[in-house]
Design a protein around this ligand. Structure first.
Ligand SMILES: Cc1cc2nc3c(=O)[nH]c(=O)nc-3n(C[C@H](O)[C@H](O)[C@H](O)COP(=O)(O)O)c2cc1C
Length: 207
């Protein structure tokens, strides 16, 4: 079957994307507003970009109901800073509760029971319960699509400080088994790390 995205709604295109691009890592993004209110929300349209400098991007879309901008986007645009917190099995419930659309004056740390920890370089708080936090500085916000539901923004940031729990680090590498990361699938479905296997990359050799 072939499907022309122009011939169907953004919701139908979204369903095809979340069912195909998976499992997705979850950026649990903490920010602070100009009024000093803490905010934290999950975003699974998220990935790393480069390592020199270390950069990441994620995409807060406009609200599906009325096209409004999300608080995370507004806070990052206003302050130029944010923290990416990695989601593991221990904090999935709190992460899911943080996805509720609270009005901007609500402190989502208080609503979810998570602990805001101090960051060293940025003002945005870290999620203490998360095993890996990346303090980030905004590099660029790219608006994509129309200013209505379905459109959104790509936020690109530079990681300026990693906080990694000692027990996760082994010779400069993260022990992914100990990390117990959680991935997002389609809709309300999530996944833990399944069976892992190794593939060694072959160097090029002429026949
Ligand atoms: C696991 C998960 C992943 C999500 N990924 C995204 C995403 O990539 N982009 C997006 O705009 N919203 C995403 N959401 C929804 C936002 O978290 C939700 O709209 C949240 O209320 C935004 O909060 P804010 O207004 O405080 O920024 C996701 C929700 C969950 C539970």
């Amino acid at each position: 079957m072939k499907i022309d995205p122009q011939q169907q709604t953004f919701k139908d295109n979204y369903k095809l994307m979340i069912g195909s691009i998976l499992p997705r890592p979850i950026a649990f993004v903490s920010t602070i507003s100009t009024e000093g209110v803490y905010n934290v929300a999950p975003f699974s349209f998220f990935t790393g970009i480069t390592s020199k400098p270390p950069t990441i991007c994620f995409a807060p879309t406009r609200r599906g109901t009325d096209g409004a901008e999300k608080d995370t986007l507004k806070n990052i645009r206003d302050t130029g800073e944010f923290v990416i917190n990695i989601v593991n099995e221990a904090i999935v419930e709190a992460m899911n509760n943080a996805a509720t659309e609270y009005p901007p004056e609500y402190d989502e740390f208080k609503e979810t029971g998570l602990t805001p920890g101090p960051s060293e370089i940025v003002r945005a708080p870290r999620v203490e319960e998360s095993p890996i936090n990346m303090e980030c500085r905004l590099m660029q916000i790219i608006e994509i699509g129309p200013p209505e539901p379905g459109g959104g923004f790509l936020i690109i940031g530079e990681i300026v400080l990693f906080h990694i729990r000692d027990e996760l680090l082994n010779n400069g590498r993260i022990d992914t088994g100990k990390l117990q990361p959680v991935g997002r699938l389609a809709g309300a479905e999530y996944t833990k790390l399944g069976e892992r296997f190794t593939l060694v990359r072959k160097p090029f050799s002429k026949r």
